[in-house]
Design a protein. Structure first.
Length: 43
């Protein structure tokens, strides 16, 4: 398992490498034993 970063840390690290814009989606994965996202889920 890789490192676990808080949301603010993820945004900070990503913004160092990429220009982020309002509406951008950051895929960060999920921990074990969490159901996958399926059609019809509300996020």
């Amino acid at each position: 398992m890789g490192p676990i970063y808080k949301v603010a840390e993820q945004i900070s690290k990503l913004s160092d490498a990429f220009e982020l814009f309002p509406g951008d989606i950051i895929g960060s994965g999920m921990p074990e034993n969490v159901s996958p996202v399926v059609k019809g889920d509300v996020i």
